[in-house]
Write a protein that binds this ligand. Structure first.
Ligand SMILES: Nc1ncnc2c1ncn2[C@@H]1O[C@H](COP(=O)(O)OP(=O)(O)O)[C@@H](O)[C@H]1O
Ligand SMILES: [Mg+2]
Length: 246
């Protein structure tokens, strides 16, 4: 995945918000990238653009080898469905459906064969350790369990890219660690490209690399290795995004 000189200006009346200014970076296939930034730094805007949920004011995105600019809404919708899985802070599950039905929903919408689908849904519920909760509705599940349902759902169309927008923003640190471990596994064992937005250094420490965003611009990045812990990611972010004067 590659973005080049990506800018987004929101206009409402005469006011303009420059949410992203000339952002460029690439993500290797199968890489786990964390994007760290304060509230309002443009993280969700960036994720929405990468996920073809919104269009940039200028700049170019390339997803799984396909350039997005100039594509019709119909083509963008297809790319979103087939290539991208989304995970959100507030889970976005359908409250009246069971865990199994929530995971199956994208397959039903895409009119996939339901016998094949049932098998796939069960495998994914197993992957996120929720086989014994398959018939529970979201209000009968903990926050961590709900997010694991959402992760299974994000995988059901077999996307190359998983985009997660503050997936642990509503979870305690124990549940957050489970989510980070699952995202790590998607990259390591299933060769998925994972892009996770977070302001948690502990989360970013699970990634291969962290990009630091401030006021709509990339101000730096940190490669994350075996010896990189949450504190060192957090301090690298602080130094680059909020440098102290001399
Ligand atoms: N739909 C919108 N209309 C106008 N301004 C927006 C809209 N969405 C986001 N913004 C503004 O763009 C900036 C970046 O927002 P956002 O991408 O949501 O940041 P983050 O996810 O890092 O908190 C903020 O100043 C926000 O107020
Ligand atoms: Mg956001």
């Amino acid at each position: 995945m590659k973005v080049t000189n990506l800018s987004k200006i929101y206009r409402s009346g005469r006011a303009e918000v420059h949410a992203l200014e000339s952002v460029s970076f690439s993500v290797a296939d199968g890489e786990f990238l964390a994007i760290m930034g304060a509230s309002g730094s443009g993280k969700s805007t960036l994720l929405h653009l990468i996920g073809a949920l919104d269009t940039p004011t200028s700049g170019e995105m390339e997803i799984d080898g396909v350039r997005l600019s100039g594509l019709s809404d119909r083509d963008l919708t297809r790319i979103r469905r087939e290539k991208i899985g989304f995970i959100f802070q507030f889970f976005n599950l359908i409250p009246t459906l069971s865990a199994r039905e929530n995971v199956a929903l994208p397959l039903m919408i895409a009119r996939k064969d339901m016998k094949e689908s049932g098998k796939r849904v069960d495998e994914l519920l197993d992957l996120v350790h929720l086989s014994d909760r398959a018939d529970h509705r979201p209000d009968e599940l903990s926050g961590g369990e709900q997010q694991r349902v959402a992760i299974a759902r994000s995988l059901v169309m077999d996307p190359a890219i998983i985009l997660a927008d503050e997936p642990t923003g509503n979870l305690d640190s124990h549940n957050a660690d489970e989510i980070y471990a699952l995202l790590r596994k998607l990259s390591d064992e299933f060769s998925r490209t994972v892009v996770m937005v977070t302001h948690d250094g502990a989360g970013a420490a699970h990634a291969d690399r962290a990009l630091f965003l401030k006021d709509g611009r990339i101000v730096g990045e940190k490669k994350i290795g075996k010896g990189t812990n949450a504190a060192s990611v957090a301090s690298a972010y602080q130094e680059l995004a909020h440098p102290k004067g001399p």
